[in-house]
Every structure is written in C-alpha cells, then in structure tokens.
Design a protein around this ligand. Structure first.
Ligand SMILES: [Zn+2]
Length: 355
C-alpha cells in the first residue's frame, strides 16, 4: 500500500479495488491530481459509482483528498471556477463570466460538479512509485472528460439547502443566547417579551443566504412581526418556491398559551391580499389542533389557484430541532409544509431523515 490509511478499509471494501485505487492515486501524474470524480474512479477501476463515491469520501476523511466544487460553462464545458461549499450559493444567484464564450452565464446546480484533488503525498519514496509505475506501465487510462452528469449537483435538493443555509458556530451561539432570554421576567413590558422572540426568529431566518428580513414592516392595515424577502427560485419543486417573493412570520412569545385559530385566520387573510405564499405562526406551545385543520383546508381551497397558500405553526419543539439538533432550516420548512399539504400532522421529522 502506498497510503497506509487504506489498510483500514481493505477488508471492508473489495481488497482488490482498494489496492488498485491506492496504486492509481499514488501514481497519478501531477497534472491529473485534481478533477478526480466518482465517474473517473468508477470507469478507470471498473467499480460501481457508489463504491467509487465511498472510497473518495473515505480518502477525504483521511485528508488524502480534498473535496471541491467545479463550475463548468453550461454551453462550452469550460472549467469556470473551483468553489468551496460556502461559495456555491453566490454562484447560483449571480452569473459567472466564461472567458471562452465571452459572456456571462447563468449557473444552475447541473453545472456544478463534485471533484477532489490530492492534498497528501503517499508514504513511500518517489523511486518506489516509479518502480510500481514501471510494472504496470501498459495499463494507462484514456484522456476523456473526467466529469459526467452523475458527478453534478443536479437536483440534489439537500445539497442546495446546505449551500444556502449553513450557520456557523457563532450563529448557533447567538441563537442559544437569544433563546435563553425568552423566559426572562419582563414584568408588564409585554413588548420587550414579544420582541425577543421576533429577534430570535429573524436571526435564524436571516441565516438563509439571499433571504433578508426585518421586524419593521407596517402596511396600511397590518404590522408584521417578521417579513422576509427571498430572491431564490428553482425550476424544480423546492421550498424556495414557497418562500419567494416573501414570507411572513407572526411570533407569539406566550410560554403558557397555545396559539389558536385567531392567529392562523389573521395570517390567512393577509396571504389572501398580498403576494406571500407562506405564513408562519411561531409560538411557544404547540398550536391548537384547529389551526392545523384550518391550514389544511386553506391549502386545499387555494391549491388550484394561481398562488398556493400555506400556513404552518411552530413552537419550542421546533426550536430544539433548529438550534440543538442543528437541523437544516430549509429541509425543516419543507417537512413542515409537507405536513400541511399531506394532511399528516403526526408525521415526524425523523421519518424524513436518511439513516
Ligand atoms: Zn462557455
């Protein structure tokens, strides 16, 4: 073995494959030590795509390889940019200039590919590697493109959600601090008590990239606790299509009271008269059962109309998922919306999680 790390998995995966991969990786010429994709490994080493993925992920964990995201021009296939995960959202929103086509290109998930580069040299000397290459010299691979559609992010929704919502440690710390203030004694100052929940909710939702919110929208007839503008849409069904062009959250920091249908009714009448498709009642205790059935009825009523309308209700339990379990907010919203559209209030988030 050139990389001793692979000894650990030799009995778990097919030993011949692991040995071949180890050899292949160690002897790659320098200019081929990047743009390594699962389809390349699968083709060169004649294994299934998923096996190739497993060994690449393992090598990444062992810090032999580093993962990155390669953006290709949708028209000419030119390699435009290599990105880290944090940079993906920006590229999807703004266009990228292709030097070859000489114009700005709109990038979709189809044009972004998962690739790896070698960041750790094997544990053996150059001579040993040269020797090994000598032995196998006639086995060389072709020069066809490394990237196949299977390597792209196309329609990988979870990935899209991770690119747009990925709070860092300090953000989570912030969430925790604000949550700990929800039950402080605010005396008669009900506004202060209400505001702290609004601030927490806004903090959480503002972590979605290209979503920006405020606590200060007043219309002629209403004042909204949180109004969030969303600039993202996708050509396939995704939660963003419910969030755009904006959505509204009503917060009720009442630790002992279940939000009742007054709140859902109010949100319904708001959605009836503006462009928002999604309204959220964020209380502390689970909303009453009637809220759920009203929301489902309202969804059915507008299902065939030009604009869908969904009201969801959230409470402390949902904050536990978002803050303590660090569940992705976009995945979580998708689950909450599903509960309403499927009329399945007892469905749990865990049922959606992949093991
Ligand atoms: Zn191009």
């Amino acid at each position: 073995m050139f990389y001793k790390q692979f000894l650990e998995i030799i009995d778990i995966l097919n030993p011949e494959f692991v040995e071949n991969f180890d050899y292949w990786l160690a002897t790659l010429p320098t200019n081929n030590q990047k743009n390594i994709t699962a389809s390349v490994v699968s083709a060169r080493l004649e294994v299934s795509y998923s096996q190739a993925e497993i060994i690449l992920k393992y090598a990444e964990k062992q810090k032999i390889l580093e993962k990155y995201y390669q953006v290709k021009c949708p028209d000419c296939d030119y390699n435009l940019e290599s990105l880290s995960k944090n940079e993906i959202a920006e590229v999807l929103i703004n266009s990228v200039y292709c030097d070859y086509c000489e114009e700005d290109k709109h990038i979709s998930m189809d044009d972004i590919y998962i690739a790896y580069k070698v960041i750790q040299k094997p544990d053996v000397s150059e001579e040993k590697i040269a020797e090994a290459i000598e032995k196998r010299l006639n086995r060389g691979g072709g020069t066809e493109s490394n990237f196949s559609k299977a390597d792209s992010l196309s329609n990988k929704k979870e990935f899209l959600y991770e690119s747009f919502y990925n709070p860092d440690e300090s953000a989570y710390e912030n969430f925790g601090n604000l949550r700990s203030k929800l039950d402080l004694d605010y005396g008669e100052n009900r506004t202060a008590k209400g505001t702290v929940l609004e601030q927490l909710i806004l903090k959480i939702f503002n972590q979605i990239k290209y979503v920006s919110g405020t606590n200060d929208v007043k219309t002629k007839t209403n004042q909204f606790d949180c109004t969030l503008l969303c600039r993202i849409t996708t050509s396939y069904p995704s939660v963003f299509n419910y969030l755009e062009p904006y959505f509204i959250v009503e917060c009720k920091n009442e630790p002992k009271k279940k939000p009742n249908n007054t709140y859902t009714n109010k949100l319904e009448s708001i959605l009836d008269t503006n462009d928002a498709k999604l309204g959220i009642v964020f209380g502390r205790k689970d909303a009453t059962k009637t809220c759920f059935s009203i929301s489902h009825d309202h969804y059915l009523l507008n299902k065939r109309s030009e604009k869908q309308q969904i009201i969801i209700t959230c409470c402390d339990k949902d904050l536990d998922y978002l803050i303590d379990k660090r569940v992705n907010l976009l995945c979580y919203l998708e689950y909450k919306i599903f509960q309403i559209t499927a009329n399945a209030s007892s469905v749990t988030y865990e049922m959606f999680m992949k093991s």
